[in-house]
Write a protein that binds this ligand. Structure first.
Ligand SMILES: *Cc1c(COP(=O)(O)O)cnc(C)c1O
Length: 431
């Protein structure tokens, strides 16, 4: 159909088509809605078994390459990439829970996740109990009911920089034959791999450190591949009972990988938060340098946190890398290679000092994002946490003078000079 006897528009859509199997070193970007079937039987086989590629919402080679890359870094069996971190959280939860079910979550989670549990999953009949003292194993245990389907928490949480004792909480989850789902966005697999400590499922906002460049949104769900139908089947009837028309159950077809298979074949494509192959490619490019960035960012963050802690204008610094942090010892058990680059600190001058700070920094960018190569600052009390009560904000460690930093890869001397200029105006005038 591509010879020059074909019409203009036919040539426009068919001519020059590449089907070369050139061996590109970088992951090729399969920016295509779908894939041609070789023949009649190939199409039927694809629809019957899900094998191979048919349509990008159900599978794409670029997306799969990035899924394998991230699964390998998280020590997981398999991963599913989705369009955002928020989509990763909802996909993970709808993989394990449905109407009439219940989940137990840490209070110290991303505000978007909290809103999802309170406003959206609740309307689908999934109820959440929140745990404030996440170090209290008994609090987790007591909150579990017969219809509880998962425990949910973040490995390092914002704003207090609490570290989750993953081994302890996953022990509680195991005893109830339900998965512990850990949002590992702030820690990244470079610093911490929750599946190695007993968690069953990890989720990320890939928009943050995994991509690192702040150009795209993405999310990912990684599963340990250890679903045990015998032990946990009563908590997951959708995985162990036959499908529509007597189709073999997910567990019968996928064994230990039943959960992630269900996320891939049922939840993610049906709810439809599929990633763009181009975004997948950009996330994959970012992941290649994850270790280098997080190592540098953690080192920078420690220097900045130490410097801030020594300033008169600063009342407190909540960074788990500082010995003064209550979870500093626990961090030794879980974090390798650094303490991350996101933390909060509180100015003695309260709201007005915080306003002055965000308006006068120059190297830091004032925006709502984290995990970027650039250093960022946000005032949580009037932005991310503005819908919380004063009491809730106090419990969460968000006060009027509290600022959240996400430290980038810049030269740390430039970061500190920027902070010094803002916090010590008098000294600057003298110089
Ligand atoms: C940003 C973030 C999310 C949501 O991710 P998006 O990519 O913005 O949808 C979830 N969890 C944590 C910890 C986050 O920081």
């Amino acid at each position: 159909m591509t010879d020059d006897t074909a019409g203009f528009t036919t040539r426009a859509v068919h001519a020059g088509r590449s089907q070369d199997a050139a061996s590109s070193r970088a992951t090729p970007i399969y920016l295509t809605a779908g894939f041609e079937f070789e023949d009649f039987d190939h199409a039927a086989h694809h629809f019957g078994t899900g094998a191979g590629f048919g349509y990008t919402r159900t599978g794409n080679p670029t997306v799969h390459a990035v899924e394998r890359q991230i699964a390998a870094l998280e020590s997981g069996a398999e991963a599913v990439l989705v369009a955002s971190g928020q989509a990763a959280v909802v996909t993970a939860l709808l993989t394990v829970a449905g109407a009439g079910d219940h989940i137990v979550s840490s209070t110290h989670i991303y505000e978007g996740s909290r809103g999802l549990f309170l406003d959206n999953l609740s309307r689908l009949g999934i109820e959440t109990t929140f745990i404030d003292d996440i170090a209290d194993e008994d609090a987790w245990r007591r909150a579990i009911r017969p219809n509880t389907r998962a425990l949910f928490a973040e490995s390092i949480s914002n704003a207090r920089n609490d570290i989750l004792d993953i081994a302890a909480v996953s022990g509680v989850a195991d005893a109830a034959a339900i998965p512990l789902i850990v949002d590992n966005t702030l820690a990244t697999p470079y610093l911490l791999r929750p599946l190695e400590h007993g968690a069953a499922i990890v989720v990320h906002s890939a928009s943050k450190f995994l991509a690192g460049h702040g150009s795209v949104l993405g999310g990912v769900i990684i599963d340990d591949g250890r679903f045990d139908a015998e032990k946990a089947g009563h908590n997951a009837p959708h995985l162990v009972l036959p499908g529509r028309g007597g189709f073999p159950s997910v567990a019968a077809r996928h064994g230990g990988k039943a959960r992630i298979a269900y996320a891939r074949e049922s939840v993610a494509p049906r709810f439809g938060a599929s990633p763009s192959p181009l975004n997948a490619f950009l996330i994959g490019q970012g992941v290649e340098t994850l270790g280098l960035r997080v190592e540098r960012q953690s080192r920078n963050a420690l220097d900045v946190a130490r410097w801030l802690a020594a300033q008169d204008a600063v009342e407190s610094v909540d960074y788990v890398g500082l010995e003064s942090h209550p979870d500093h010892e626990l961090a030794h058990r879980y974090l390798t290679g650094g303490h991350g680059s996101i933390f909060t600190f509180t100015l003695r001058g309260g709201l007005e000092a915080a306003r002055d700070f965000v308006e006068r920094v120059e190297v830091f960018t004032h925006m709502t994002h984290i995990g970027d190569v650039r250093s960022l600052v946000l005032h949580p009390a009037t932005t991310s946490h503005s819908h919380r009560s004063d009491h809730e904000r106090e419990v969460l460690g968000v006060r009027p003078g509290t600022l959240r930093l996400s430290i980038g890869i810049e030269d740390v001397s430039d970061l500190i000079a920027d902070l010094a200029r803002v916090l010590e105006p008098a000294r600057e005038t003298v110089a």
